[in-house]
Ligand binder design. Structure first.
Ligand SMILES: *Cc1c(COP(=O)(O)O)cnc(C)c1O
Length: 514
């Protein structure tokens, strides 16, 4: 078989990889290396086209796709899926990502033909059920957050941030305060916060974190000025702590004529327990793919609806749903709307179905219990590990994720990265590493409510055993890890800087004369 080194930057034999090559997990060739373009996986009769109805635009060259049979194609993708860790195969404690179980009921509902077979350009009278579902989802999001308006359409958390900040910008301009060009962002924020503000042309001013990991209202007051348009604050924050002064911060921000953007990616810790609107937020995105169990990872699809306070509601984008007597209308255009639309069509319908299914199957009390169980699980991990790991902010109970730093690894020759790689050999997806940036060598563990005590105990046993081994000087176990994964350490920098995104057909070299 001709090996395609172009399309496989980590091919067998190159530095940093291993041939996994076991009988059950063979190295997986590319589709084009399994099949070829000369064959088809299905037998179709020759078609005698009497008339060309494509106006001469029919394909003249061959379709350059590998022809595979259904079992060949299926096995290829199933084998690929087994090369990666997934939430369906093991615990996935990736902090700030809320990798919870995706209930199969959600999938069943999303596949109902009335939802999956409709088209965004269908007449509104024929998609009343879908609009009713979007309206119901909006109602749940508004109720859970106690806010005035919701825009469902953003396609990810970061996209929601952009929309929320666009609404804030439009509101400032409408007040004649376009001179407000600064956005305050605490040091512990997710990278998308300053990126969003900068993308919209704002100058980002960092707000230092207190020694206990929370944001000091006095530091916020000191940074506020007539030039500040907004603060972007995450609550619970990325250190896993509920901001104790969030209400005072909201008041100070409003008193200074600015708006409060809340990064709501961590809503899983408080849904059904705290309504962010009661804390004084003006805009907040909700990651349906985190909090409401729609699948994520691998680049999507996500959904990041944004809730808005009464002050920002007039700046919501289109489209939105309006109930008119006994039917629903899709409002796609309003006069003097500052933002217009932020996506083609209506957003991620399939995610709306999954999220509402999750809400309805839990009920309001069930959602609150899920949040409380997520917090309980994180505190269980913290209390089982805190004697062996170093806890940077011990003053508060943690919310939905437990944060450790790397001081317990001091002088062991093992880094946070090495430790995380060794977890792969033990069957666990690593936790989030080196984030938040305010903590040295951070390890952020988010178990979510999905995990049983048995799984949490197994995870903690492994973590404690690894910590002991690192301190006992067995650094080789860590620096060479992972040894049991299909791939060993990859050159991640090169993969990011020089991605090879296109498969090139290998050139057939003339055979040497025998
Ligand atoms: C996940 C996350 C985001 C971004 O959400 P995406 O859906 O990945 O774009 C923003 N802030 C925080 C704190 C997050 O955890």
């Amino acid at each position: 078989m001709s090996m395609n080194t172009q399309g496989r930057p980590t091919g067998i034999g190159t530095l940093g990889t291993s041939a996994s090559g076991s009988a059950l997990l063979p190295d997986e060739p590319l589709l084009f290396e399994i099949g070829d373009t000369e064959h088809s996986g299905v037998d179709l009769p020759e078609v005698d086209l009497a008339t060309d109805r494509l106006g001469g635009f029919g394909r003249k060259s061959k379709l350059d796709l590998a022809g595979l049979t259904e079992p060949e194609a299926m096995r290829h993708y199933v084998r690929l899926s087994r090369l990666n860790h997934s939430i369906d195969s093991g615990m996935y404690p990736l902090g700030s990502c809320t990798m919870k179980h995706n209930p199969r009921l959600n999938e069943k509902m999303a596949r109902l033909p009335g939802f999956s077979d409709i088209h965004p350009l269908q007449p509104v009278s024929t998609v009343q059920g879908a609009l009713e579902l979007m309206n119901e989802l909006s109602h749940w999001l508004l109720t859970l957050t106690n806010t005035a308006a919701v825009a469902l359409s953003p396609k990810a958390g970061a996209h929601g941030e952009l929309l929320g900040m666009m609404a804030i910008k439009a509101a400032q301009e409408a007040k004649g305060e376009a001179h407000r060009t600064i956005v305050l962002v605490p040091e512990s924020a997710h990278g998308t916060n300053p990126a969003t503000a900068a993308f919209l042309g704002y100058t980002v001013t960092p707000v230092p974190a207190r020694a206990d990991g929370t944001v000091d209202v006095e530091a916020v007051k000191a940074a506020l000025s007539p030039d500040v348009a907004a603060i972007m604050l995450t609550n619970p924050n990325t250190c896993g702590l509920f901001e104790p002064q969030v209400i005072e911060i909201a008041k100070a921000v409003h008193d200074a004529g600015a708006f409060f953007y809340c990064d709501g990616a961590n809503f899983n810790a408080i849904m059904g327990v705290v309504r962010p609107g009661d804390l004084g937020i003006d805009a907040m995105h909700i990651n349906l793919h985190k909090t409401f169990s729609t699948p994520h990872g691998g680049g999507g699809p996500g959904a990041g609806p944004v809730v808005l306070s009464a002050a920002l509601a007039p700046f919501a984008p289109v489209p939105f749903i309006k109930g008119v007597q006994d039917r629903f209308e899709l409002i796609e255009h309003i006069e003097a709307n500052a933002l217009g639309r932020v996506t083609a069509f209506h957003g991620q319908m399939g995610m709306y179905v999954r999220a509402l299914t999750y809400m309805l199957s839990h009920g309001a009390d069930g959602l609150a219990q899920a949040a409380q169980d997520a917090v309980l699980n994180a505190n269980y991990i913290k209390s089982r590990l805190e004697h062996a790991f170093s806890v940077p902010f011990p003053d508060y109970p943690t919310m939905h994720e437990a944060l450790f730093d790397d001081s317990f690894l001091k002088d062991s020759g093992v880094s946070t990265l090495d430790f995380a790689k060794a977890m792969i050999d033990e069957g666990f997806h690593p936790m989030t590493m080196y984030f938040p940036l305010v903590v040295h060598g951070a390890m952020l563990v988010e178990p979510t409510e999905s995990e049983s005590k048995q799984t949490l105990d197994r995870f903690c046993d492994v973590m404690l055993e690894l910590a002991k081994d690192a301190r006992d000087g067995n650094s080789a176990r860590f620096t060479s890890a992972p040894t049991k994964a299909p791939r060993r350490r990859l050159d991640e920098t090169r993969a990011a800087r020089q991605p090879i995104l296109k498969w090139e057909r290998p050139v057939d070299l003339p055979k040497a004369a025998e």
